[in-house]
Design a protein around this ligand. Structure first.
Ligand SMILES: Cc1cc2nc3c(=O)[nH]c(=O)nc-3n(C[C@H](O)[C@H](O)[C@H](O)COP(=O)(O)O)c2cc1C
Length: 184
């Protein structure tokens, strides 16, 4: 039984939903999971056997608080089994698509010096119900150009939860010293 820490950074809540989907299989496997937002994160990851950190992308960036936390703890994180999961619409085909999603991950790794054992890039959600007028029309036009949902009277969830479950299994395998077969 391992102690697992999952930290997420979110604006509209979708990365918290993805984090919940990681928590469940890890708990079912018998591990003790602490899940918290970056605002409630412990100052350091000492005492945990596996640390998973996830964040959404907004206007090309991960949350500043998340980048700061990772940078400040990079040395300890690099000594532990760790994983990073990213939630974005690039992974659903907007902007530069999967290549852009991977670039966000690469730039986080460069900026922090953290080298997660597994990484996962997941498509996010269009949460029209959470956006104000300006954001709604901006996001709608981005969605339109990528062929995603444009009905602002509903939200759209593009996350592949089977890929999330695969990522949970790959992350858990790190506890037993097993190399990931392939990242999501
Ligand atoms: C204002 C705004 C800006 C966004 N900028 C980006 C972006 O630059 N790149 C990207 O891939 N996705 C972008 N997204 C999509 C979000 O990453 C996606 O909606 C994700 O599900 C948000 O997760 P969260 O609810 O956890 O914050 C943006 C979304 C919004 C609303």
């Amino acid at each position: 039984m391992a102690e697992v820490l999952i930290i997420y950074g979110t604006r509209e809540g979708h990365t918290a939903v993805v984090a919940d989907h990681l928590q469940r299989p890890l708990e079912s496997a018998g591990h003790v999971v602490r899940i918290c937002s970056i605002d409630d994160a412990p100052t350091c990851p000492i005492g945990y056997d596996l640390v998973l950190i996830g964040s959404s992308v907004h206007q090309g960036h991960h949350p500043k608080a998340m980048v700061r936390w990772i940078k400040g703890n990079a040395e300890q994180l690099n000594r532990l089994p760790t994983g990073f999961f990213q939630v974005s619409l690039s992974s659903a085909g907007t902007g530069g698509g999967p290549d852009a999603a991977q670039q966000y991950v690469d730039s986080l790794i460069r900026a922090t010096g953290w080298h997660p054992g597994v990484t996962g890039c997941f498509a996010g959600a269009l949460m029209y119900s959470h956006y104000g007028l300006l954001k709604r029309s901006m996001v709608r036009s981005i969605a339109q150009s990528a062929g995603l949902g444009t009905d602002v009277h509903q939200d759209y969830d593009y996350t592949d939860y089977q890929a999330v479950a695969r990522f949970a299994r790959e992350a858990e395998a790190l506890l037993y010293g097993l190399a990931p077969s392939a990242s999501a």
